[in-house]
Write a protein that binds this ligand. Sequence first.
Ligand code: NAD
Length: 304
Amino acid sequence: MAENNTQTERVGFVGIGNMGVPMSRHLKKAGFELTLYDVDSAAAKTCAEELGCQSVTSIKELAAASDIIITMLPTGHIVRQVMLEPAGDALADHLAAGSLLIDMSSSDPSGSKELGTLLAEKNVQFVDAPVSGGVNGAINGTLAIMLGGDDANAIERAKPVLSAMGTRIFETGPLGSGHAMKALNNSVTAAGFAAASEALIVGERFGLKPDVMVDIFNVSTGRNFSTELTIKNEVITGNFASGFALALLSKDVKIAADLALSLEMDMPLLAETNRRWLSALDDLGGDNDHTLAFTSWKNKTTQT
Ligand code: NAD
């Protein structure tokens, strides 16, 4: 794709990981003046060299080079740390008044609301814009984006940037609503993966072949995102390399379960899905690919 050089806003991208690398590639192609920052400065430098943009090693340099900041970090807690800590010398302290933060991480909605209040005191605009579509969606520039915010001007300002990375932008409502939607979406994905995993484990013990089972799910009513993609491509093949860490999916399910609790709602399937993923997290550690949860559940079943 040819680069277009008509963009006037300078974008600083924080979090050059599995998602951040391909997302920043699309921003560069769309013509944004781009600056990359990651606590792993080598990761930011390598990506910047590939894209032909700059990377920086300090928050202060990042702020000076950016009108809009995008965060694509593991958790909302880390987003708040980057923006607010240390007090007086954090990213939000160095940004010019009127700058915009777009948090595309899968963060917790209550933390995002609190962050919005604190950023407003520092004259920094804020929208939440988490994504769905995984690493492939990021590579193809086809992410679905859930855009929440209280400031109509900030929402409109974010759209040209978001359009470079995704094909569908849904306005979900007030600040934090994108993050709530994202967590609820992933709780459904996580439940689908767990349900299909259990069916495969039971079927295999009975004598069915897992690869044949998945092929049958995928032309039958049992199919879901996981049977079509992650279970078919990562579990059945033994690759276990979807690019989405166990810590991150477990975090999302917990955000959804905590959201239900905060609304004083009893949601037994959501609570059990949360327990299942936390048990895999406890067993395997968070750095492993989330698809390895299948092996944890299978091993525990075999032991009983
Ligand atoms: P990742 O772990 O690959 O990348 C995160 C990056 O953030 C790393 O490069 C890390 O060094 C950097 N980082 C961590 N702490 C930092 C700090 N304090 N300052 C600067 N940089 C810091 O994670 P990912 O898979 O790219 O996911 C990022 C976000 O996107 C998460 O919130 C995740 O839930 C969400 N998400 C991931 C996927 C996926 O398929 N991987 C899909 C949709 C949404």
